[in-house]
Write a protein that binds this ligand. Structure first.
Ligand code: ADP
Ligand code: G6P
Length: 485
């Protein structure tokens, strides 16, 4: 039998929920990890293990059967968590400790022993599922900050299995990471992998520095020497399924009037009623790392500093609900509601509302409507591991028009120098970038986008996964030669 890759992440590419009395609903997951890895999983010989989206308390045998069938069809294996596990591991340690700390939001970071115990317990649950499904010759590829202990747990019980780990969020500088009471355990957990991947060289460098200063292991370039093996560390900037977005945009433009979505009809109507006006787009999960409040304030500053653009511009903001049981996310939701209300109240006229705000998930086709209809994308994360939305926007600009304004705090900024790069805390700079984008000649837009598109095409999601897997395969040689000496 052919060897398989076991992909492991907290969230599966499909999200299972129960609606109106035992109706099982399956929807696609949102987020860079799920959308990116989905393309890899569809093509390869892999099994994807992850959380179903449900708690054990919600599931009865009948529902479980449906879940298993739905998951199997997608080559997935779904794990249910208890309410308590979910509280401690997901809403707790993952999203109230690691997520804020790794994104440099120290004031939001909670250190709670019970949640740490819950995190360890669920990581063990994942490790057991992997081990149960492991066959000789299989490779394991574990993803992201919710599962930092899993590589160590699997390695301990199966020392010969090749394990890769990829972190989809930033790894913070040593000075920030060292504040964690459980820093040694987390690093040791990660070092169970044979290859550790990060989006950027900076994250990799921060990780190596923490390993050498906290665990005192010898680190050289991109290698860490342990007692009985070598761990490789490297950066692999995650790409997108370029052809999928390009193709979707091309098909979008071929649609006849009656094939267009309701959203597209509304967008077209806006252009007809306000000729010469431009649309600015932002798409993110509703997360404090994404700088949504900064963006709205910067937009307000833009309208004040350059009043000539009033009635000539509209900010379309799509915020996807995320982690809404965590207090900071609830607070942010209220803050954004208030900000949007205040700014619309302040500037609106009978014929113009400056901000259109959607707080919901949207089907893929609507995302494409938004990407293709917007003249400017304004993405202002305060910290972001990568930001795939920036890449998706450029991939859909099939006629090369459009301007991307991107925060320097996003991993993606390293590969998108031709975009207008801003500091998300500098509202004046963002206002100037908006003006520059508004006035940028088409020729210049095309020249900039052409370069970025070429780069994104060359380093798409498949190449990213291939390079990671090739490097992981390479660690086997390492392993063997180390054993021989
Ligand atoms: P993060 O992983 O932090 O959420 P990214 O920008 O890297 O941020 O990835 C977000 C992903 O989620 C993108 O691939 C984007 O297409 C997808 N996405 C964003 N909004 C929606 C939505 N409303 N519906 C479906 N997918 C979405
Ligand atoms: C980021 C994380 C992913 C996560 C996604 C959505 O992309 O890196 O691990 O899946 O956000 O967040 P959620 O908490 O809904 O899974």
């Amino acid at each position: 039998m052919k060897n398989k890759t076991i992909i492991v992440s907290n969230r599966l590419p499909l999200q299972i929920s129960i609606e109106n009395d035992n109706d099982v609903k399956i929807s696609p997951s949102v987020g860079g990890l799920a959308t990116g890895m989905k393309s890899v999983h569809q093509e390869g010989d892999s099994l994807w293990i992850g959380w179903s989206g449900l708690t054990e308390e919600e599931v009865n045998p009948e529902i479980q059967k449906e879940i298993n069938t739905a998951a199997e069809q997608e080559k997935c294996l779904a794990i249910n968590l208890t309410e308590q596990e979910l509280d401690d591991y997901y809403y707790g340690f993952s999203n109230r400790t690691i997520w804020p700390l790794f994104h440099y939001f120290m004031e939001y970071t909670k250190f709670d022993e019970e949640q740490w115990k819950g995190y360890k317990k669920v990581n063990e649950k994942f490790a057991e599922k992997i081990i149960e499904n492991l066959e000789d010759g299989d490779t394991v590829w574990i993803h992201d900050y919710q599962l930092l202990l899993v590589p160590g747990m699997v390695k301990e019980s199966k020392p010969n299995v090749t394990i890769g780990f990829f972190l989809h969020i930033p790894f913070p500088s040593y000075e920030v990471f060292r504040t964690l009471p459980w820093r040694e355990s987390l690093l040791k957990g990660m070092l169970g992998a044979d290859l550790l991947g990060f989006h950027t060289y900076d994250y990799e460098r921060h990780f190596l520095s923490s390993v050498s200063r906290i665990l005192r292991h010898e680190t050289q370039f991109n290698e860490i020497t342990l007692k009985n093996r070598i761990v490789k560390v490297d950066s692999f900037p995650m790409g997108i399924d370029y052809e999928k977005f390009e193709q979707a945009a091309l098909e979008h433009f071929e649609k006849t009037q009656d094939q267009k979505s309701e959203l597209q009809a509304r967008l077209d109507q806006h252009l007809e009623t306000s000729p010469g006006s431009k649309m600015i787009l932002s798409i993110d999960r509703l997360d404090y790392t994404k700088g949504i409040a900064n963006r709205i304030r910067a937009f307000e500053h833009f309208l004040e500093k350059y009043p000539q653009f009033k009635e000539k511009v509209r900010l379309i903001m799509l915020a996807v609900p995320s982690r809404s049981n965590v207090p900071q996310y609830q607070k942010l939701k209220r803050e954004i509601d208030e900000l949007v209300g205040r700014i619309n109240g302040k500037f609106s006229t009978v014929s113009w509302t400056p901000i259109w705000y959607f707080y919901r998930s949207m089907p893929f086709d609507n995302l494409i409507d938004l990407y293709t209809s917007s003249d400017i994308a304004l993405l202002t994360p305060r910290r972001d591991g990568m930001n795939l939305v920036a890449k998706e926007y450029i991939a859909t600009r099939t006629d090369l028009s459009g301007v991307l304004i991107l925060s320097e705090m996003a991993g993606a900024a390293h590969e998108m120098n031709e975009a207008l790069i801003i500091n998300p805390n500098n509202y004046d700079q963002i206002a100037d970038a908006l003006k520059q984008a508004f006035e940028m000649p088409l020729k210049e837009q095309k020249a900039r986008n052409k370069i970025i598109q070429r780069r994104l095409k060359r380093y798409g999601i498949k190449k990213w996964a291939d390079e990671f897997m090739k490097a992981l395969e390479g660690t086997k040689v390492n392993h063997i030669s180390k054993k021989a000496t």
